[in-house]
Design a protein around this ligand. Structure first.
Ligand code: CA
Length: 221
């Protein structure tokens, strides 16, 4: 027993996967195709994906946002977690990576729930915010894109969320580097500053979970 979060060793991680993962064959194929790419480390882990699916269910989410799509694994999870008339606003700049996701979205029969906008996410979010009825209309947002943009994405997503909606922000532990004061790389500093900001942001309830590479959940009050 411990009052601290348990250390997840390789052995324990294997146990967690063996005893809780229910990844579909389709999601597994998408993950395996992605694993062969040079940018494969941008993929979220399957246990994180399953956690997010559970969270979407708990929220009763119908409308979600993806900031950073990559090959569409979490967008597929979101699209499968919302009802048939649900909606996933998917923001990315890469035609190449998102084309991989599209194949799987179609195969899963949920492609019509995903509105993929190939443009800088900040432009897409600003454009959607301009449309009547969009502010305060989303249940969930997942931010997993360029780290320097996190703060701006967070602000836009917070405006788009309804009260009680949740923004999930990926990589907030950044391989542990956020806790190393000697690490002053741009991305590390951006995430460290973002974490410090959200810590004192009284517009949200907050938890920083040591799942995957760190996942911050902020619930809009
Ligand atoms: Ca990530």
């Amino acid at each position: 027993m411990s009052t601290r979060t348990i250390q997840v060793t390789d052995l324990l991680h294997e146990y967690i996967l063996k005893n809780s993962l229910r990844e579909s064959a389709l999601l597994q194929r998408l993950r395996e195709e992605t694993a062969a790419l040079p940018m494969a480390r941008m993929q979220i882990s399957p246990e994180q994906g399953q956690f997010m699916a559970l969270l979407l269910g708990l929220l009763g989410a119908r409308r979600t946002i993806e900031v950073g799509v990559f090959t569409g694994y979490s967008a597929l999870i979101a699209a499968q977690s919302v009802p048939a008339d649900g909606f996933v606003l998917a923001c990315d700049v890469s035609e190449e990576w998102t084309a991989i996701g599209r194949k799987y979205w179609q195969e899963a029969g949920v492609a019509d729930r995903i509105d993929l906008r190939l443009a800088p996410a900040q432009e897409t979010l600003a454009a959607v915010l301009e449309e009547p009825g969009q502010a305060g209309s989303f249940d969930f947002a997942f931010i997993d894109a360029d780290k320097g943009g996190y703060r701006a994405y967070y602000e836009a997503c917070l405006e788009l969320l309804r009260p009680g909606g949740v923004v999930a922000v990926d990589n907030t532990l950044w391989g542990g580097s956020v806790a190393d004061p000697d690490n002053t790389k741009d991305d590390t500093v951006a995430i460290r500053n973002f974490n410090a900001f959200v810590h004192t942001d009284d517009r949200v309830d907050l938890s920083l979970l040591p799942i995957g590479d760190g996942l911050t959940l902020a619930r809009k009050k």
